[in-house]
Unconditional design. Structure first.
Length: 149
């Protein structure tokens, strides 16, 4: 059985990507900028898109860029509305007979945990973008894929 039927290309024979000449630097820059998008909640990706123009249009970068923007928008909205939400729900729960202060104090803790989960999702996105993979997040990925069609 011949060795060349294995399905693998030998390195160095017409495959310049293995040698580091074509595409590897762009791929590293895209990975770095995708991770930077998560760190800045989309602003770093916006600057990179404006500066590089048509070179920032790969599916990988756009996916992570849009996902970082949506994480930033959702986190900002939850942060802005958390006090009002806690006040409204806390007032409703105070009207229930037998609802102690433990139940009311549970609400701000829950909102704080949701905000911390958003930060963990950003960290997850950073790690996955450095690895060169998509970072599936339940609701956000579905919205991003609808926009990338």
């Amino acid at each position: 059985m011949p060795a060349f039927k294995t399905g693998k290309k030998p390195s160095g024979f017409g495959n310049f990507k293995d040698l580091g000449y074509i595409g590897s630097r762009t791929e590293k820059v895209e990975r770095l900028m995708a991770a930077f998008s998560y760190m800045t909640l989309g602003l770093g990706g916006l600057v990179y898109t404006l500066l590089s123009g048509r070179f920032a249009r790969t599916h990988f970068f756009r996916f992570h860029f849009l996902q970082a923007i949506l994480l930033g928008i959702f986190g900002t909205l939850i942060g802005w509305t958390s006090e009002a939400f806690v006040g409204i729900i806390g007032g409703i729960l105070q009207m229930i007979p037998g609802a102690g202060p433990q139940l009311i104090l549970f609400i701000p803790i829950t909102v704080n945990l949701v905000l911390k989960a958003g930060l963990l999702l950003c960290l997850y996105g950073i790690i996955m973008s450095f690895l060169g993979r998509e970072a599936p997040m339940p609701v956000i990925t579905k919205l991003v894929r609808q926009q990338l069609r």
